[in-house]
Design a protein around this ligand. Structure first.
Ligand SMILES: [Zn+2]
Length: 72
């Protein structure tokens, strides 16, 4: 939805972007012992579907902290 501005579930173009709550850690990603990365939630106002996107500026820190996923 971030890139298409259209909901992949219902096709609506009524899509909004919501910032993570300032004090809430719920939507943040850990990128170090004391480091959290902000995420944005994209919400379809027609059906309620949500997408969560990490800030692209912090991909290096996230990759270093989490490493590559294990083989399936
Ligand atoms: Zn939708």
């Amino acid at each position: 939805m971030k890139n298409s501005r259209r909901c992949p579930k219902c096709g609506s173009a009524e899509v909004i972007r919501c910032k993570t709550a300032v004090n809430g850690a719920y939507d943040k990603l850990q990128a170090g012992v004391f480091r959290m990365v902000q995420t944005d939630r994209w919400v379809c106002c027609s059906c309620g579907y949500c997408e969560l996107w990490a800030d692209p500026e912090h991909m290096k820190e996230l990759k270093e902290f989490w490493g590559a996923p294990e083989e399936p």
